[in-house]
Design a protein around this ligand. Structure first.
Ligand code: FO1
Length: 341
């Protein structure tokens, strides 16, 4: 069984841990692992150069979480972290005072930056980083091109004539960590997108999959950024595997993160049904063969089903590993249903 998952960071990490666990239960290899193969195509739009090092927040969230060394409270960074170097950087006025680079985390950024300076591609660097821990899944960055997401916001000072109708752009990480996504986003843009291509292994992982899952990650800046890489949508349209998406919205609320601050910028209502329609169904040229929503949104599943679109409801809250595995199982089962639909 070959499963390929499109995922961002925090929501993606929980979901992917659930997929790994459910695969070990359904297709055990006798040593606690699985005979299934799981490949995760990871969003790289959150990535940023800061204090001279390259950060890949969504990749690192998945890496640390799957390795079991992640800070579960914050949802990012390493467990047992210290911040001595970060305090020094603040004293030097280097980097962003509102953005913390933990000492252990800096080890990852320095290793990554060192390999990049040696001339390795991002995907080779990611392959080296995940050798350190037996993750049980393969992580591949969506692209080797730096496609950092930038956010266009309304900015009263930017107009110059005091009319307050100005706009300005900032890196996604500033919008999210400095302003907590409180500045209304007028639009999102990835840099260098025209030059980007799926990273080595991504198209094959989609083409050769028995099932493609779209994790309950941010539909705009995580899944949206993956889909924006030229060639990605074509690969997803061409794969014989069913494509099953999991809603990141439950009962009109985001599960975690700031999807509700992003969706208005692209004119999509914050609801399970609206996001499903935004992704679109494959028969209409969209992404999905099936859409999985929470039980509180069962009416959304019914509404979509009346239009002949495959939709189902299941508990989407991933409170613990068992719940994450159960959610993964529901998505795998929906994929089986989609295959025979
Ligand atoms: N998020 C914050 O809210 N504050 C931080 O200081 C911060 C530091 C940080 C360092 C490394 C890293 O990989 C992630 C970090 N994040 C921080 C989280 C990051 O903004 C998010 O993981 C995603 O990019 C948004 O989902």
């Amino acid at each position: 069984m070959r499963i390929t998952v499109l995922a961002g960071g925090v929501g993606g990490s929980r979901f992917v841990r659930g997929v790994r666990e459910e695969c070990a239960r359904r297709w055990p290899d006798g040593e606690g692992g699985t005979t299934a193969s799981v490949t995760v195509v990871v969003n790289t739009g959150d990535d940023i150069w800061l204090s001279g090092v390259r950060l890949m927040p969504d990749f690192d969230s998945l890496l640390y979480s799957l390795a079991g060394v992640n800070d579960t409270e914050r949802g990012w960074g390493r467990a047992g972290e210290t911040e001595r170097v970060s305090a020094e950087l603040r004293e030097w006025g280097v980097g962003w005072p509102w953005f913390t680079l933990g000492d252990l985390d800096l080890g990852t950024h320095l290793a990554r930056t060192s390999w990049l300076r040696d001339g390795l591609e991002v995907s080779d660097v990611c392959e080296r980083l995940q050798r350190r821990w037996p993750l049980g899944v393969r992580l591949i960055p969506a692209t080797d091109t730096e496609v950092d997401t930038h956010v266009r916001v309304a900015d009263p000072e930017a107009s110059g004539d005091g009319s307050g109708s100005g706009e300005r752009e900032m890196h996604f990480q500033e919008w999210w960590t400095r302003y907590r996504a409180t500045l209304p986003a007028l639009g999102f843009r990835q840099q260098n997108l025209a030059d980007a291509r799926p990273a080595p292994g991504v198209v094959e992982a989609i083409a050769d999959a028995d099932l493609v899952l779209v994790a309950p990650s941010n539909p705009v800046v995580s899944i949206g950024t993956i889909l924006a890489v030229p060639g990605m949508r074509e690969a997803l349209a061409a794969t014989p595997a069913p494509v099953v998406g999991v809603s990141p919205i439950i009962g009109g609320k985001v599960v975690r993160g700031m999807a509700d601050a992003c969706l208005p910028a692209i004119g999509v209502e914050t609801s399970a049904e609206a996001v499903g329609r935004h992704y679109g169904f494959r028969r209409d040229g969209g992404l999905l063969d099936a859409w999985l929503v929470d039980e509180t949104d069962a009416t959304a599943a019914t509404a979509l089903s009346t239009e002949g679109l495959l939709a189902a409801s299941a508990p989407l809250w991933m409170h613990d590993l068992d719940r994450s595995a159960a959610l993964a199982g529901a998505a795998i089962d929906l994929g089986t249903a989609a295959r025979s639909a």
